[in-house]
Structure formats: C-alpha cells, structure tokens
Ligand binder design. Structure first.
Ligand code: GAL
Length: 852
C-alpha cells in the first residue's frame, strides 16, 4: 500500500481530498515602473535583517518583498505594452522598429494565497514577456527568460507565502530587438497562477495524436500524458482519459494505473477508437476535449483539459494541401501581432476581431511570422477554422534556440489549426550554405521527434531555386518547400521549380508585399510630406508612373521582391501543385515603413490597416477567396474642386461583368478580367457613381458611392455592442463622419474626443494613419480618411456603457454597449491592496514572510 503524499493525507483527514487544480488569472492588479530602479536589491526593509544590506542572500530582493514602496508606480492591467503606452516617438529610434523609444521597466503585483494552498504545487505561467526578463517572488529569484515570444513558467512552490501576502516582481529589458519590426515591451500576454496537487499533469503535459481510418469512419486517438510527482513517497495512481465531443458528450474513455516510486515524471500512453468522428475543417471547426483525470486512493487530484481536433492533413506533390482528403488552396496571410491603441498587448477580444476580419475576407490560413504567436491567436484559429503555420523566431541550434522551439511545439501540437512548423524565415546568412544545412536539418529532426504528426517548412527567399539545389545536394530535404516571393520577380519561378523537382510539393510562404494606404488616392491628400527613403529607392517599384512617390490605395507599389495582389496570386497560387500562398501582411503593423522614413511609423503592407479597416485591395482578395458576390467600387466620389478631372475608377469583383453609371448614364459594361480590377477613367462630376454586377445575364449586385456634402455628424458603430462583465472583454468601435444624407465623408480629419459613462474604460484609440504620432492611450484621435477607432474595455459589474464622441462643429454621437453578467475568462487571483498601509509594520512583514 502506497502512502499518500503529505498534503493529501492532511486534506483527507479534513475530508477535503479532491480536485486541486486551479488556474487563476494574474492579469489584474499590477504596478509598473518605467525605467531602472536605483536601489532594487536592498531597500530599507533589509537593513533590519542584515548589517550589510547589499549582501545578496536568499530572499532579500527588495522590490519583490511585501512592503516595498511602489506608491508612485503606475497601475496597469496585463496585457501591457509599455513601449506603445508610453508612445515616445523619436527620429533617432529606427523606423524599421516603429520609431518608438524602447526601454526597461519593472512590474510588481501583490496577491494572496491561503493556508489550504500549503502543500500544493504552484507555478506562474507567462504566455509572453518582451523580453529578457528576470522574475522574483517574495525576495527570491525564481527565474530568467530571454525570448520575447516563447511561453514559459516558473515553479514558486517553495518560496510562496501561504498565510500572508505574496509579491511577484518582473524586470523587463526591452531595449534590444529580436526581429526587424515593432516588438513592444513588457508583460504583453496573459499571466496565470496554477495550483495543483503534488501529483499532477504538468503544463503542456498531454499530446493527443489522431489517426483517421482511410474512409474516415473511425479515428484512433493516441494520448500521451506526462504525470509529475513532487513528493518522496511512492504513489499509485490511476489516469482516466475521457473524450468529449463538440456537444460535450463523453464519447470514449480509457483508464490506466501506474506507480511512481518518488519524485519524478512518467509518461503514460493510452488509446481510444472513436467511431464516426466529427472532423475539424475550415468550414466545420469541430473541437473535442480530452479530460485527463488523475486519481490516487480513489480520489481525483487533477483534471487537465486539452482541446483537440480530428482531421487529416496531407501535402501532396500534385494536389497541394489536402484537408480530410479534399484539396484546399491555402489563402493565407502573414501577420505581426500589434494593433491600434494597444501595441502588442492585444486582448483576446481584439485578437478575435482580427481573426474574424480575416475570415470575412475569405482568408483560411495564417502564418505567425516570424515568431511563436500569442496562444489566443492559435485558439481563435482552432475555433474559427483557420489553418496555421507556427514559426520559430531563431533558426539556430544553441541550447536557447532549441529550447524555445521545443516549448513552442509542446505548447501547440494539440491544436488542429496548426498544419506546419516553420523552421524560420529568410535566414540569408545560412540558407544555401553548409551551416544552413546543418542547422535546418537539426531543427527539422527535433520537430519530427516532438511531433511526428506534422511536417516542416521554411520560408526561403532570393535565389531560392539555386539554394534548394544546394540543400538537396548536401542532404537537407525540407518536408514542404516554402518560398518567399517570386525569386526576383521571375514569374516563372514556381514553374521552373516544378520542372526541376516534379516530385516535390511547395507553397508560397510569403507573397505580394503590396504597399497601399487606406483612403489615399492622390498626392494632395497626403497632409504630411512623404520622404522616400534614399536607401529604399532602388528597392521600390512604382508600377504606375502617374502615381510615383505615393503609396496609394490602388496597390500599385511594391518592393522589388513583391508584386500587385493579382500578380502574386497568378504567379504563385493557381497551379494545383502549389498548396497556396501567404500574403505579406494581413494588417499593417508598426515599423517597416519602407519606402518612407521618419515621420512614418507604421508599415503599409497590410491588406487592412492597423485598426483592421479594409483597404481597397481587401476586396480583391475577398472577390477571389470567397464564393459570395463581391462588387467593390473605388475611390470615393467626393472631389470638390476637381470637376472635369479624370479619376481612375476601379472595381474588384468576382462577377462576370460590371457596368458603371455616373448619375444614371452608363459608362460601359466590361467583363471582369481574370486577374485584376475593372478600370474606367471618369471625368469627375458630383453625384452618384453606381456599379452593377452581372452574372449569367442577371443583375446580381449593385454598389453605389455618393458625393458627400458638408460633414454634419459623428457616427459610431460596432459589430459587438454586447460584452461580458469579465474585466477583459473589449468592444471595437468604428468612428466616422456623415453628412446630412448619411453619406460617409471620406476625407474627414477632425479630432474626435471620447468620454465614457458606466463600467468601462477607453483602452486605446487608433486611426490607421501610418504617419500618426498621436498617443494610443489618450481619449481622443484624429480621423484619418474619414475613420478612427476606439477600443472600450469592460471594468467592473454588468450594466450599460455610454460612449460619447464629440468634435467641434459636428453633432456628437453616442453608442450604448450592454455589459452582461459573466464569469471571468479565468477567475482572478485574490489581490491585496493594503500594502501601503502596512508598509512600515514589521509584524505584518514578518507574518508575510513567515518569519520568526
Ligand atoms: C520579407 C520579410 C518580411 C518583411 C517583408 C517586407 O522579405 O520576410 O519580414 O520584411 O519582406 O516586404
């Protein structure tokens, strides 16, 4: 008979033995200090204990001790990006990184544990901190983490205080960059406290592999479960793995027993066959849940839940990407993760909004370029039916790089949306060289070992055909060839590859890089002079000399490696043997301002701007990527003072013919070209421009743009006016200006101020203007080409939020947002806020430390 571990014995005596796992959100109640602290390791507290306060002794790190004076620190909520919140733009900060001054800072949070927690295993889980952070708890150093993108956790069991307050302090050094885009700074992804019994399933401790029978009538589910035990005495255990279908019905279960002789980790493998499984796909993203129930002595001590999907992914040399046997063209985008108003600290609801915007466009694939993504993005892809390439940040084989990759794969390998691991992107120093062969080979072997169910790719650029020859000849065979761009605009590059390697599949890992600016059609519209960077000149193609020097919304500008949207699609994605492509990028992001330099601070590569507002090229993709009739007409039709001037009018459509009418007069019907827009040149005359879309002789759709008169009133709209009172939900509000007849005023650029009543805060604002140096956190924003955005976050109880928008000379607008009672996404850890009151009380401090 095995003895029960100490804490289980004790709880059993008290009749409380049962389920221990608790996951608590640590997102609320943080304080932040911007900069370095002078005296952080030996503040006044220690002088009472040590004659020499600067001695570094166990548990004497001052900032993370109860009682440290942080009264002048700022109150913040995670996710938090101090670089964008601070919003200090400076010409000397590299434009490629967003021209925001980076820096270092401290976070601090007090929280409460209870006596019942004593004897449990406790860990702090961080989804991502940018970057190079050191973490202390109650004066003790608990760990350091370098990567700004990998998720990590630290065990705090031994140094936690079980009868008093606890304080965690995190020092973040965001002064260096890991990439070549804006990367933010701070605790910019969620933090959790996880409590388990000493016998438990560790973080990422399950691996669910699914194998479909050839006719999909059944699936063999193989489950590997790690079980961690941290006491000395042997323990016998039972693991019951139960599978719940998408309707939460249990559809299979298996149990196994084992004994752990003492402190250690074992892995159990079990399998279950499911009949008639519901398959995960892009159109029906069915999700199953595995409940791993761990018990000892007849009592359950842990239930660990893993969401997974059952699907078959194949890359076929002739048919491209096959999902559950069907060829699916990957209509993908690459993305960085920052958004207007919040920087890289993107709350779940905002990530959800971004993914929905992509899905509405017909996008079915996402590449987390060029780093491990926020787990919320992977979860959204699982739920919404978007497949994903999960990419590492560092293509290297140092212990650090291998460790980061292992953690990414262990974290994400149960997600049905993940279809490929990407070993990196455009590593020009190593690709096509012996070093590259060695490094890529080692990474691919590691990925296969950690996840035998998925293949790898790598985004190779420049002379990728020649480099592929080198790799193939020298023993590096990537599972699925990933190519960035058209190899110096060689439109036959994919065909040339096919001719040379007929038996090997490929995909476009990065394509297009079309530059465009929302709402910008003429040079006059650009209020700030645009300086084309000297160094960018030879690297940029203005394919229409009439608009040379401006990055207009017509999408005619691209770097020498890039293309117009339709060119990219034609060259890369039409052939069946190409799995698909990934457009650079879904959304604009801070940094990479090419072709402009300061004062530009945001890229123009996005199909949408930084707010997720569609640029015109959005509709090119939507027309090609969806089956719904699309008929987009641009530009706007408000050009006072330009009467008689010729305006380029374009339409993106997936219908057969489009006829254009100006004030009721037909300007001709044209067939929609296979690639590209329908184009007219129209002498401007105020009124109505109407496009009629025809399919098989029938009028299917009509789109009208009208001349706006004087701006009259503000207009607020949102796709989600009902939120949950969970302190994290966010409402994304679009702000526009309308005239008397309700026509959108396209060039409105007034400053709008926001006020709010009710249980919420203004989390941030944005307008997608790549030149804007306005502050994300102040409650006002200038409209950019008629639009801006305000993010409203719930705070406190259920109720009603009234958001008001005002601007001199315009009628104000109000939006009512309903906040419903709801459980938090995760319960919040108990916060303590009496620290200042007790700061100087040594009794209190000793109690907190458990000191004698
Ligand atoms: C690619 C690179 C991306 C981005 C893009 C801009 O070469 O992989 O990160 O810089 O160019 O066109």
């Amino acid at each position: 008979m095995n003895a029960l571990p100490f804490q289980e014995m004790r709880l059993k005596e008290k009749g409380e033995l049962g389920l221990f796992r608790q996951q608590l959100s640590m997102n609320k109640g943080w304080k932040f200090y911007d900069g370095e602290l002078a005296d952080f390791s030996y503040d006044a507290i220690h002088r009472e204990h040590y004659a020499q306060p600067q001695w570094i002794k166990s548990g004497n790190h001052g900032v993370s001790k109860w009682g440290y004076d942080d009264s002048d620190w700022q109150e913040v909520q995670i996710p938090h990006d101090f670089v964008s919140s601070r919003g200090q733009f400076a010409e000397h900060s590299p434009a490629s990184l967003g021209s925001l001054v980076k820096g270092r800072g401290w976070y601090r949070k007090a929280f409460q544990l209870t006596k019942e927690d004593d004897g449990l295993c406790l860990s702090l889980e961080f989804d991502g901190v940018y970057r190079n952070c050191s973490v202390w708890l109650n004066g003790h150093f608990i760990g350091r983490h370098l990567s700004g993108y990998a998720s990590f956790s630290f065990d705090i069991t031994d140094v936690a205080c079980y009868e008093g307050p606890n304080v965690v302090a995190v020092y973040v050094d965001a002064s260096e960059n890991e990439g070549w885009w804006y990367e933010g700074g701070g605790i910019y992804r969620d933090v959790r406290l996880v409590k388990t019994a000493s016998l438990h399933i560790p973080q990422w401790g399950t691996f669910v592999q699914t194998e479909l029978h050839t006719d999909y009538s059944s699936a063999l589910i193989t489950i590997q479960t790690e079980i961690q035990y941290s006491d000395e005495d042997a323990v016998s255990l039972e693991l019951c793995s139960a599978i719940y279908d998408p309707n939460q019905q249990q559809v299979g279960a298996v149990s196994s027993s084992a004994v752990i002789e003492g402190e250690g980790l074992i892995t159990l493998t079990q399998s279950i066959t499911l009949e008639n499984p519901l398959l995960w796909s892009i159109t029906t993203p069915q999700l199953y849940t595995l409940h791993s129930r761990l018990s000892t002595g007849g009592q359950v001590v842990d239930i660990y839940k893993t969401i997974f999907g059952i699907r078959e992914v194949r890359f076929d040399n002739d048919q491209g990407f096959l999902l559950n046997g069907d060829a699916v063209k990957l209509k993908g985008v690459c993305c960085h993760e920052d958004h207007a108003g919040v920087g890289v600290a993107v709350p779940k609801a905002v990530n959800e909004y971004r993914m929905l915007r992509l899905k509405e466009m017909g996008c079915n694939a996402y590449r987390s370029s060029h780093n491990p993504p926020n787990p919320a993005i992977v979860e959204a892809c699982d739920r919404l039916g978007i497949v994903m390439i999960d990419e590492i940040r560092h293509t290297d084989t140092s212990e650090e790089a291998l460790n980061q990759m292992s953690r990414l794969i262990r974290r994400d390998r149960n997600h049905p949306s993940i279809i490929l691991w990407s070993l990196g992107n455009e590593e020009m120093n190593i690709q096509g060289r012996p070093r590259g062969v060695r490094i890529l080979n080692r990474l691919q072997r590691l990925a296969h070992k950690l996840d035998p169910t998925r293949k790898c790719t790598y985004g190779m650029n420049a002379q990728w055909l020649t480099m592929t020859d080198f790799h193939e000849l020298n023993g590096f065979h990537i599972d699925v060839h990933g190519f960035n761009y058209m190899m110096l605009r060689n439109k036959h590059a994919y065909k040339d590859f096919r001719a040379k390697y007929p038996g090997q599949g490929l995909l476009g890992t990065e394509n297009a890089s079309t530059l465009s600016t929302r709402g910008l059609y003429t040079e006059e519209q650009s209020s700030v002079p645009l300086h084309v960077a000297e160094h960018a000149l030879p690297r940029i193609i203005w394919s229409n000399p009439d608009r040379e020097g401006i990055v207009s919304a017509y999408g005619e500008t691209y770097p020498v490696w890039g293309a117009r949207p339709e060119e990219a699609w034609q060259a890369a994605a039409e052939e069946d043997y190409v799995a698909g492509l990934f457009v650079w990028t879904g959304f604009d992001y801070r940094g990479e301002t090419i072709p402009y330099e300061w004062p530009s601070v945001v890229s123009r590569f996005g199909i949408m701007d930084l707010c997720g507002f569609a640029k015109d090229i959005y509709y090119y993709y939507q027309a090609r990527w969806t089956d719904e009739p699309v008929l987009h007409l641009f530009p706007h039709w408000t050009w006072q003072g330009r009467e008689g001037d010729i305006i380029d009018v374009w339409s993106y459509s997936n219908l057969e013919d489009v006829e254009l009418f100006l004030n009721g007069r037909s300007l001709g019907k044209q067939p929609v070209p296979v690639y590209g827009p329908v184009k007219w040149q129209v002498p401007y005359e105020a009124g109505r421009l109407t496009a009629c879309g025809w399919q098989q002789g029938k009028l299917v759709k009509e789109t009208v743009v009208r001349t706006a008169s004087e701006p009259l009133r503000l207009d607020l709209s949102t796709s989600r006016a009902e939120l949950s009172a969970n302190d994290e939900d966010v409402c994304i509000v679009q702000v526009a200006v309308k005239d008397q007849a309700g026509v959108f005023v396209p060039d409105a650029d007034q400053e709008v101020s926001f006020t709010l009543e009710g249980p919420g805060i203004i989390l941030g604002t944005g307008n997608g203007n790549p030149l804007s140096h306005e502050q994300d956190k102040t409650p006002q924003r200038r409209l950019y080409h008629g639009l801006c955005q305000v993010l409203v976050q719930v705070k406190g109880a259920a109720g009603i939020i009234k958001l008001k928008a005002q601007s001199p000379g315009l009628e104000a607008a109000q939006l009512v947002i309903q906040i419903h009672q709801a459980d938090p996404l995760l319960p919040f850890v108990a916060v303590i806020d009496k620290e200042q009151a007790t700061r100087n009380s040594s009794m209190q401090r000793d109690a907190a430390d458990g000191g004698l």
